[in-house]
Design a protein around this ligand. Sequence first.
Ligand SMILES: *[C@@H]1O[C@H](CO)[C@@H](O)[C@H](O)[C@H]1NC(C)=O
Ligand SMILES: *[C@@H]1O[C@H](CO)[C@@H](O)[C@H](O)[C@H]1NC(C)=O
Ligand SMILES: *[C@@H]1O[C@H](CO)[C@@H](O)[C@H](O)[C@H]1NC(C)=O
Ligand SMILES: *[C@@H]1O[C@H](CO)[C@@H](O)[C@H](O)[C@H]1NC(C)=O
Ligand SMILES: *[C@@H]1O[C@H](CO)[C@@H](O)[C@H](O)[C@H]1NC(C)=O
Ligand SMILES: *[C@@H]1O[C@H](CO)[C@@H](O)[C@H](O)[C@H]1NC(C)=O
Length: 511
Amino acid sequence: MGNRKLYLSILFQCLLFEHAAQADPGDFIFVKVADFARCFDLVAVLSRSDNYSLSFPSDIHISKNELNEICGIKDLIQEFNDPTDMDAITLFPYDVEIDDHDDYDDEDIKIPNLSTSEVHDFLWTYAREVPLEYHDDIATIICYIRHNFWYHSGSGGSTVHLGSDDEAVTKYTKIHNEAKLERKREKELQQKAKRRIDHINSQMDCLQDDKISSEERDREVLSLSKRIQTDLNTSYPRNFITVQLLGSFANGLSSQTSDADLTALDTSNYLTIQTLAAVLKRRGYRNVVPIPNAKVPIVTFKDPRMNILCDMSINESVAIENSRLIKTYGAIDNRVRIIWFSLKQIAKRYGILSAKKGFLSSYALTLMLITYLQTVTPPILPDLQQQTTNRMVDRVINGHNCSFDRNWSNHEATARMNTDTPAELLLGLLKFFGYKFNYDQWEVNTRLGQFLTMQMSVDSWNMCVMDPFMVTRNVAGMVRESNVRVIKEAFQKSYTALMNEDWYTATNTSY
Ligand SMILES: *[C@@H]1O[C@H](CO)[C@@H](O)[C@H](O)[C@H]1NC(C)=O
Ligand SMILES: *[C@@H]1O[C@H](CO)[C@@H](O)[C@H](O)[C@H]1NC(C)=O
Ligand SMILES: *[C@@H]1O[C@H](CO)[C@@H](O)[C@H](O)[C@H]1NC(C)=O
Ligand SMILES: *[C@@H]1O[C@H](CO)[C@@H](O)[C@H](O)[C@H]1NC(C)=O
Ligand SMILES: *[C@@H]1O[C@H](CO)[C@@H](O)[C@H](O)[C@H]1NC(C)=O
Ligand SMILES: *[C@@H]1O[C@H](CO)[C@@H](O)[C@H](O)[C@H]1NC(C)=O
């Protein structure tokens, strides 16, 4: 249907705008009232003409309101200066005066020039508030009046041919203004996204500073492992037993509260979990508990001097290589570490970081992060186990191929080709594991540097994260069926929270 009164009021303001362009800056231009009446007369002619296909013929409204007469234009000006219609749209920013003359027929409308920002506002208000279905008619009418009545180019600008071949002033057309609004919406979205990313990045930085273990802590843990080595040397002077750090203190992802993981490599077949526990007890360690029947048998204890909890296993030589592999990946790009601390915090916050309770281990979560960073474009992390032979350091341990490129500096420059910030990568990861990763059918495979269809089918596996060296070992094999959904939802919830800039909900921390 359309509202003819509104439509013609908008057209009137566009005519004012066209004239304003003819005034000098800071000055006015005087245009005959009769000139406007003539314009509306032409609009009525166009509305009736078969040559033009206007969507809103307005000849009836024009003649009813005598807009093709001086009196009708005066009423229109009064209505514009002092609108009674709630739906009125104001584009032209000034009231217009009629310059008093003795001669009624010779009266002028006094139209001010607009500043650059007023021109800008006019066109934006037009794009945003004028109903889109009016745009093409107005663009056609203005073009017609410029060519057939004024013989000047009004406010200028290019013209286009619309579908029906009518020539129209581009700036008033629907297609132009839709694109303009779309560009603006996109820009606003981008700005919003940038603010969000900046916010998350600063929170991630703070979290890392807060969590990361100090060099002093690292030194203490190293000296603890040396002390245990000495203790074992003393107890087994004739046996060659080597103590090695594993886990976070070996792979560079330790935090202030991390436990120390150790292993005793015993080539002499002397140590058992029980004898190891006995030695540790004798040497003054506290709370010594042997757990011989675990999947990986360990002794847990506490170092009284540094008050640090320790887990110690025997002969876990492949795990030493795991730690070295992760450490090398972490050394390639420091975003690995920054993302790790936030990811771990999120996993803790949603209760999905606990192998004992049938959720993920830190190790599994680390492999998920590494493989995600192997698969982004361009990749941040390489596949260290699939490098050219001259780079590979060959090592086979207990039948497991533990060869990989141990020189991180080979890959540093390639990593930097991806310029995504830690926040963008974290969001990408949460989205991937929340919405895309197929928990039933896919596996995380760091060795091959990709997510792929499960290569082995084992009934008891509900989620699959393959060990990089023990190629048939699923390090997420303990994840319970009902927990898969909880894990997936944790990624979804934290993703949504971060997209809403709600860092606290995602991590239970704030800075
Ligand atoms: C006002 O005058 C300046 C300079 O001539 C011109 O660039 C500007 O477009 C005019 N205003 C409008 C509304 O056209
Ligand atoms: C419509 O086209 C005819 C023939 O080309 C022309 O004579 C007439 O003036 C046109 N009408 C208008 C309103 O332009
Ligand atoms: C422990 O004994 C081994 C073998 O005898 C030796 O190489 C190592 O230096 C000793 N380490 C410590 C800390 O005493
Ligand atoms: C540790 O490995 C050695 C061989 O390297 C083996 O003889 C010994 O039995 C292993 N000890 C345990 C507790 O598995
Ligand atoms: C270990 O794996 C690498 C890469 O897959 C391969 O080139 C190498 O031959 C393997 N080594 C052994 C001993 O199988
Ligand atoms: C590691 O790689 C870098 C460059 O790729 C090279 O300059 C350096 O010598 C390598 N280091 C070792 C220990 O091979």
